[in-house]
Design a protein around this ligand. Structure first.
Ligand code: AMP
Length: 306
């Protein structure tokens, strides 16, 4: 496995390979969710490049950039075992040298949900993803459903900037009790970890109601909120219903001004997403409604499809 530390080294490596290339961007602290992206990339492509970079520009002031878990040696072992061809692991100075001043911004869908909570986050994401695409020139790039708004923002950027890379969306990998895998789960205390199952439990309740025919967005939101309110350690940041294709806002708890929209027709797939705090740790999760769309094919057809 090639381990590349600088943009120049990745450019040089890229010139030596031909055939399809799968790119899996990550911030490291790898878990089975990341490795599921790598497996899809391995199955689809001749070469797989994974990147490990805790990208400073997507963290806001007071967020966990310095504390973010860094486990490079273990990550490299997992990627070697998974058959990855090259790992790109640059330093912030390599990616943003002195004098750096260029950013990529997707304007509208970045203003709500995570973007409303973290105003500079998506600008950091689209900038680094653009840079990684320029360096690796991938045939297909792999992103997780776990960060559903990120997928929508990247798909929008790819369409808007005519980037010749296909975007694959891989369903969220979960722990046995339903908690979505996340590098940030290590921040949870034992008690917080036990109550964190309320996110997936709440989404399952809403999915079941949807399946029974419930289409009132506030009833779906309330079903999730009830589960989370049962857990004293959990504090809701927001629970939202948007259209899956365009992220048009339909309803949100608490009622913020970015959450007022009309219910689309009954068959329009929806994205139910939520962010819940346990102490300082924010956990994200989401599901498409109806539930059977939470597959690579269903996500690709609907999530952020335009
Ligand atoms: P991160 O290292 O957290 O930036 O994540 C790197 C990629 O892995 C992103 O595309 C994430 O959406 C994806 N990812 C993170 N957690 C999961 C998960 N539990 N299941 C599937 N993909 C995930």
């Amino acid at each position: 496995m090639h381990i590349l530390h600088t943009p120049e080294a990745l450019i040089a490596y890229r010139k030596t390979v031909s055939g399809t290339i799968g790119l899996v961007p990550t911030m490291g602290a790898l878990h089975a969710g990341h490795l599921s992206l790598v497996e899809h990339a391995r199955d689809d492509n001749r070469h797989v490049i994974t990147t490990i970079f805790v990208n400073p520009t997507q963290f806001g002031q007071g967020e966990d950039f310095a504390a973010y878990p860094r486990t490079l040696d273990a990550d490299l072992q997992k990627l070697a075992d998974a058959g990855v061809d090259a790992v790109f692991t640059p330093t912030p100075d390599n990616m943003y040298p002195q004098g750096y001043q260029t950013y990529v911004t997707v304007e509208h869908i970045t203003q709500q949900l995570e973007g409303a909570m973290r105003p500079t986050h998506f600008r950091g994401v689209t900038t680094i993803v653009n840079k990684l695409f320029n360096l690796a020139q991938p045939t297909i790039a792999y992103f997780g459903q776990k960060d559903a708004q990120q997928v929508c923002v990247i798909r929008r950027m790819v369409r808007d900037l005519h980037i010749p890379t296909e975007i694959a969306i891989i369903p969220t990998a979960r722990e046995a009790d339903g908690l979505a895998m996340s590098s940030r789960n290590v921040y949870l205390s034992g008690e917080q970890r036990a109550s964190a199952v309320c996110l997936s439990r709440g989404m399952m309740r809403a999915s079941a109601l949807y399946h029974e025919g419930e289409r009132q967005p506030h009833r779906l939101l309330q079903a999730v909120a009830d589960e989370i309110d049962n857990e004293p350690l959990a504090q809701i940041d927001y629970i939202a219903v948007n259209t899956a294709r365009t992220l048009a806002p339909i309803a949100v708890i608490p009622d913020m001004d970015w959450g007022r929209g009309d219910m689309p027709n009954d068959d329009e797939p929806l994205l139910l997403s939520l962010t819940v705090r346990f102490g300082k740790t924010r956990l994200l999760d989401n599901t498409l409604l109806p539930h059977h769309l939470n597959t690579r094919a269903g996500l690709t057809q609907f999530l952020g499809a335009g």
